[in-house]
Design a protein around this ligand. Structure first.
Ligand code: SF4
Length: 397
């Protein structure tokens, strides 16, 4: 018999832990349809609806926590139900919002756990981690004649550290910026919890990829359970309502064009990722901020674009956006974007980026060397089309 690494209360609190498979092996071995039927039989319908709808509602509003978050056995069932719903919705924007919220809730819960519980959780995740009951000193800072010892109770093997931090692009998480000894990274509890948050986010997002037919078949099977169908439809309705209620981002370039009409592929790509609540790497964030400043997009609108990101923090974003504005950073050129792998000309097979344009002023063929150039050319072409359309309309009247 497999020995449990953690107590059942911990599994009810954090159902994404591997030991869930052991303790709840009966429900995890069931087919989704059987599991859902059993759930609706064993627990009050009102409570299931109320708790699930509250999670989706908070996620759709980009909240970072939910009130009265309960930790009980039903929490395990709801986590599994959430995963089934996400695979049925098959919508990246919904999945990212749920993953962001759920991981933030877990971050808040983990932050108040004792050091030893965090250690137990890491052990359950089979991380190569060491726990020191008496904190060990790994760095000494001397500033203005003051000596400060930096201590921790945790070290983690660098391979596990790298795996957990792989999708987090903050510079301070790079291995070179951390204290390392004999392959062990010294890590503070809050940083370890942040890594666990990222683990949870990815866990919520992980789902089996189904082709269109299999997805439709699964939907039809599950929709035979009326309670499930009603819950699904209600969430979808909330999602659509939320989209209607939030006016689309109104980007204006000059007076006549929306940003998305004239944006080059590199910009479209980053905006699309943000709109789907996907994480943006550091360079993508800088590129976006510098370019939007150059386009004189109002600060509030820039912050709004960032508001859907998994690690959004309004005050921090506002500060950074203002900082970039005051520093008057210039937007990246195409060569820089290419070297950063942010050029999307090939991916989007964009003719203007790939073939260039004819410059009337210079009387020669030119290459696009800056996203702003792309936008000038696009704007010029669109305005010509518009004028032509108006002339044609005038002729026909
Ligand atoms: S060629 Fe320039 S404008 Fe076009 S996608 Fe690449 S970086 Fe962007």
């Amino acid at each position: 018999m497999q020995v449990l690494a953690v107590q059942i209360e911990l599994i009810n609190h954090y159902p994404w832990l591997p030991s869930t498979k052991v303790i709840y092996s009966d429900i995890l071995s069931e087919k989704p349809r059987e599991f859902i039927k059993r759930l609706f039989l064993d627990y009050p319908l009102d409570e299931i609806y109320e708790r699930v709808i509250r999670i989706f509602g908070a996620a759709f509003e980009n909240k970072e926590e939910i009130l009265n978050y309960k930790i009980d056995e039903l929490n395990v069932y709801l986590y599994l139900l959430l995963k089934i719903l996400l695979s049925i919705f098959n919508d990246n924007a919904i999945a990212n919002r749920i993953a962001n919220l759920y991981s933030k809730i877990n971050y808040n819960e983990l932050s108040i756990e004792s050091d030893f519980v965090i250690y137990e959780i890491c052990r359950d995740l089979e991380l190569d981690i060491l726990y020191y009951e008496n904190p060990i000193t790994y760095r000494i800072i001397i500033a203005k004649n003051q000596r400060e010892e930096i201590k921790t109770k945790f070290t983690i093997h660098f391979t596990d550290y790298l795996n957990l931090a792989a999708s987090m692009r903050d510079d301070f998480r790079k291995l070179v910026n951390n204290s390392l000894k004999n392959g062990e990274v010294f890590i503070q509890k809050r940083d370890l919890v942040r890594l666990l948050q990222e683990y949870v986010r990815k866990k919520v997002l992980s789902r089996q990829k189904l082709d269109k037919n299999s997805l439709e078949k699964s939907r039809q099977k599950l929709f035979k359970i009326d309670e499930f169908k009603q819950l699904h439809d209600r969430i979808l309705l909330d999602w659509e309502k939320m989209r209607d209620d939030h006016e689309p981002l109104e980007f204006q370039w000059g007076e006549d064009f929306e940003l998305t009409e004239i944006a080059p592929p590199c910009l479209k790509h980053v905006l699309h990722k943000a709109s789907e609540s996907q994480n943006l790497i550091h360079n993508e964030r800088l590129f976006l901020v510098f370019l939007l400043h150059a386009l004189k997009i109002p600060i509030e609108k820039i912050v709004k674009i960032f508001s859907t990101l998994p690690d959004f923090d309004r005050d921090k974003t506002l500060y950074q956006v203002n900082f970039a504005l005051n520093k008057k950073y210039t937007p990246h050129k195409c060569d820089t974007l290419k070297s950063l792998n942010l050029c999307m000309a090939e991916k989007y097979k964009d003719e203007l980026c790939l073939k260039g344009y004819y410059s009337i002023a210079k009387d020669e063929e030119r290459k696009v060397n800056h996203p702003l150039t792309y936008m000038y050319v696009k704007q010029y072409r669109l305005s010509k089309t518009k004028i032509q359309d108006e002339m044609n309309k005038g002729k026909n009247e």
